[in-house]
Structure formats: C-alpha cells, structure tokens
Ligand binder design. Structure first.
Ligand code: FAD
Ligand code: DHB
Length: 385
C-alpha cells in the first residue's frame, strides 16, 4: 500500500489533519490503535476557541457545532467564594463555544473520506530519515504502508515521539502533584457560564456539554483512585468548594462517567525529524485549566496541513521547514497560560501560607485591573495562529 501522508492516531488532531488533506486532494491513511467506538467514548475537553470553530468551518464539518454549540461570552472565577466575572466580549471582542471533544471527533469521523484503519496493533515507524514506511498488524497479519511523510498525531503515550532517538529530542516537563476527578451528569448546568473555583480544599470547575448535561471537576491528590469516590462523596466535595449560592443551586444526579486525569505540562522539541512530524498531544501536554489541549492540537494540524498542501501544490518545502518553529511559538504561549491559570486556581500545600497569599493577591489584582482581565480573556479565547 502507498499514500502521501500516513497519519498515526484518529483523535481530533489526526482526524482534522486527514480531513484538511482530503479536501485539498492530498492522499492520506489514518492508523488508529483503538476502535472507533472506544475513541468516541473518551470524555475529554469541552471548550472551543474561535480559531477551532473557524477550522471546523474550513473542514466543512461545523453544521452541528453551529446548531448545538453553546456560545459563551464570559466565565466566572471564584476565590474562597468571592466571585469575579470575566466578560470576554467586552474585554477583547471574542467568545468561546462549548462543544464536547466527543462531538468534534464524531463530526470528523462522519465526514471522513480517506481510509482509516482502526484496531491497528503494533504500529511501527521506519526510515523516516529516508524513504518512510509504517507497519502494523491487524487480525494476525502484518501490513506495510509506504508514504512521503508521517504525521504523529497519536497522543502523549503514542509510538511516534517514542520512535525518535532520545539524543534528537529535548523535552521540558512539569508534573503537578494532583489530578482532576471529573464526572458527567444528565442535569442542567449550575450556571449559564463556566465557573473556575479556587478553595482551600482545592480547585473545582463547573462546566457543561448542553442545556441538560453537565461536567464537573474537583482537584484530587495524584494518588487518588476513582473507586474511592462515590457520587455522594463527589457532590459533597464539589459543594464545599463552591460559593454558597452556587452550591445551593447545584442539581445532582447519578454520574454517567467518572474518571481521573493527571495534570502535566510537557513540550517536546523540535516537532520535525526528517519526514516525521509531531502534532497535538504527541508533541505537548497542557494542564486542562485553560481549556487549551484540544485547541492547541487543532492549531498544530492547521499549520501542518497547510505545510503539506503547499509542498504538494507549489512544490515548496518552506511550510514543512517552518512548521516546527511556527507551531512551537504558539505552543509555548499556551503552555505559559495553562501553567499560570493552574498555579492561580489550585491549592499547592507545599507552597505554604506565603503561596496562598500570593494567589490571593493575584486574584485581587485581576479583580481590580481591566488590563489583567484583558490578558486572561485574550489567552482564554485563543491567541492568533
Ligand atoms: P488524542 O486525543 O490523545 O488522540 C491520539 C490518538 O492516537 C488516540 O485515538 C489513540 O488511541 C491513538 N494512538 C495512541 N497510540 C497509538 C499507536 N501506537 N498507534 C496508533 N494509534 C495510537 N483538554 C482540555 O482542554 N480539557 C479537558 O478536560 C481535558 N481532559 C482530558 C482528559 C484526559 C484523560 C486526557 C488524556 C486529555 C484531556 N484533555 C483535556 C486534553 C485533550 O483532550 C487533548 O489535548 C486532545 O485529545 C489532543 O488530541 P490529539 O488528537 O492530539 O490526541
Ligand atoms: C472543560 C475542561 C476544561 O479543562 C476546561 O478548562 C473547561 C471545560 C470541560 O471538560 O468541559
């Protein structure tokens, strides 16, 4: 088998890259380790920047997003119960759209024209400094795909980054000593907008997926096990971290999904190794506080798709040569913002009383400064590509 671009991973990055290449007439094949149902069953991000919405438009997959996505003109931060409204539209003239990663993935899967091979086991990357090819096994048979380029869109634990010799790769990492315990529930959201809450007991987030489905998170220790968290324990802990009015308004019910995600900041450099390119979580991880993970994956593949399209359309290597530096410049800004918002909103017992006072001062500064609020709004709604 032969193709122009072999894409590893059918998460949002791989599927969007495949879609943009299909629309431009660039032949591609996606290899995915899991089944389509498994990929759709993962509950992850929920907030789309305008740039991601624009990309869904460009990919001609935005019908449902415009019909069902919830436009949010602002968000609420709270610190020990004190509330601060951040009005994105007033501050920077932009907004975000609440539309789950599951839905983005479904829309891209349904539109897919090129070939996707699900349940591809033991995917291996070969000769990406020369004539690249990929091998995998399916139903006990080994297959081979020759290609011009390989796009590694296979997430943090994928094979693509792991295939690069260690000496060629620099990595930068911060692992936080906590995770997010999240639940999904078929109850209306507690508020129209998202609420990011700092409390002595830990961070909490009130998010949503639709007018009838809510997503809530609480900060938990890195060693916590989901089995230790009954629904009742979760609701009690969430209520304790919200301001009393919000806690009162919270509608609870049986969880339909419950999971713990660890928090990490991570960047690999560079993003190109001969004919292999990394994009999305394969290249970087942000802690979820700034809602940047999915959006960053999308902006990477928008740049990478343009680079491939330029290569095939204009016989120019400029785009593929520039991809790594261009993408990393945006990635580091999103890393900075996600780290900053994580540092402000979570509890860090190891930082002691001084650390908490600094966090309080940061919140008070934000509350009193339109310029500081504009910086938050500018980053949250998405920096330009
Ligand atoms: P992924 O979505 O990870 O997709 C990679 C794909 O590659 C997967 O389908 C995987 O099965 C496949 N794959 C892996 N290895 C191989 C292999 N060897 N061969 C073939 N295929 C392979 N972001 C937020 O903004 N808010 C959140 O609340 C949030 N929650 C998250 C919770 C979890 C548990 C995780 C892991 C991430 C979360 N994120 C969140 C981040 C966000 O979901 C990611 O940034 C986004 O999914 C990145 O998309 P991607 O396509 O790059 O990677
Ligand atoms: C969601 C996740 C986030 O990380 C975030 O910052 C906002 C919303 C969510 O899953 O809904």
């Amino acid at each position: 088998m032969r193709t122009q671009v072999a894409i590893i991973g059918a998460g949002p990055a791989g599927l969007m890259l495949g879609r943009l290449l299909d629309l431009a007439g660039v032949d591609n094949v996606i290899l995915e380790r899991k089944s389509a149902d498994y990929v759709l069953g993962r509950i992850r991000a929920g907030v789309l920047e305008q740039g991601t919405v624009d990309l869904m438009d460009r990919a001609q997959v935005s019908g449902r997003l415009h019909a069902e996505g919830l436009v949010h003109h602002g968000t609420e931060l709270s610190f020990d119960g004190d509330r601060l409204h951040i009005d994105f539209t007033d501050l920077v003239g932009r907004h975000v759209v609440v539309y789950g990663q599951t839905e983005v993935t479904r829309d891209l899967m349904e539109a897919r024209e090129g070939q996707t091979i699900y349940e591809a086991e033991d995917v291996s990357l070969h000769d990406f400094d020369g004539k690249p090819f990929v091998t995998w096994t399916k139903d006990g048979t080994t297959h081979r795909l020759d290609c011009d380029f390989i796009a590694g869109c296979d997430g943090f634990h994928g094979v693509s980054r792991a295939s690069v010799p260690e000496a060629s790769l620099a990595t930068f990492e911060r692992v936080y000593p906590f995770g997010w315990l999240g639940i999904l529930v078929d109850k209306p959201p507690v508020a129209h907008e998202l609420i990011y809450a700092h409390h002595q007991r830990g961070f909490a987030l009130c998010s949503q997926r639709s007018p009838t489905r809510s997503r809530y998170y609480v900060q938990v220790g890195a060693e916590e096990k989901v089995e230790a968290w009954s629904d009742t324990r979760f609701w009690d802990e969430l209520r304790a971290r919200l301001n009393p009015e919000t806690a009162e308004a919270l509608q609870t019910g049986p969880s339909i999904e419950k999971s713990i995600a660890p928090l990490r900041s991570f960047v690999a450099e560079p993003l190109r190794f001969g004919k292999l390119f990394l994009a999305g979580d394969a290249a970087h991880i942000v802690p979820p506080t700034g809602a940047k993970g999915l959006n960053l994956a999308m902006s990477d593949v928008a740049m990478l798709a343009d680079a491939f399209i330029e290569y095939y359309g204009e016989h120019s290597p400029v785009g593929i040569d520039f991809y790594s530096a261009q993408a990393l410049s945006r990635i580091w800004k999103a890393e900075r913002f996600s780290w900053w918002m994580t540092s402000l909103m979570h509890t860090f017992p190891e930082n002691g009383a001084f650390g908490r006072r600094i966090q309080r001062a940061e919140f008070d500064y934000l509350a009193g400064s339109r310029i500081a609020q504009q910086a938050l709004a500018e980053n949250y709604t998405g920096l330009p590509g």
